[in-house]
Ligand binder design. Structure first.
Ligand code: OFO
Length: 169
């Protein structure tokens, strides 16, 4: 059975994962309107992944005798001045998510809830991957700058990113 504190912390993470899904969705839609099909495809897929992260938590809380709290949808507030500002926000967000997972791991250990600790290890690994992906994308964007040709090629690369097992950005 989950403690009240751990349930609260896990439910907070449910909301964070839901917010992540909305952030990627917002970026996907924006990129689509700008004509960047590859970036849009990548972001739509990431948004779905984040929703899965949220669902996994919801099911876990309920499975452990808790009550999952389904959050309201928040509107993302992103700066679209450039791709650089956009992807920087994404990277910062993933760092924030990793920190939040670390805090959860800490609480589970403090409470000696080893089942939750074990459950959270999947998120720990996932965040390593997501942070690395966001960092790689940001590095590329920093290199490309405002070069239209570079952006075109980058967009093409991202089109196949999800099928390629996230290796070739
Ligand atoms: Fe849920 O992994 Fe990113 O935020």
């Amino acid at each position: 059975m989950l403690s009240a504190d751990l349930q609260k912390a896990l439910n907070k993470q449910v909301k964070i994962e839901g917010d992540s899904s909305q952030i990627y969705l917002e970026m996907a839609s924006w990129a689509e309107i700008q004509g960047f099909e590859g970036i849009a495809t990548f972001m739509y897929a990431q948004s779905d992944e984040e929703r899965q992260h949220m669902l996994k938590l919801v099911r876990y809380v309920n499975q452990r005798g808790g009550v999952a709290d389904i959050p309201a949808i928040s509107k993302p507030d992103l700066d679209h001045t450039s791709f650089k500002t956009l992807f920087k926000q994404l990277f910062d967000h993933e760092v924030y998510v990793s920190q939040s997972i670390n805090d959860l791991v800490h609480i589970s250990l403090t409470e000696r809830d080893y089942a939750t600790h074990n459950f959270l290890q999947w998120y720990v690994s996932e965040q390593i991957e997501e942070e690395a992906t966001a960092r790689t994308i940001l590095d590329k964007i920093n290199l490309i700058g405002d070069d239209k040709g570079g952006l075109y090629l980058f967009d093409n690369d991202l089109k196949n990113f999800n099928q390629q097992g996230k290796t070739n950005v």
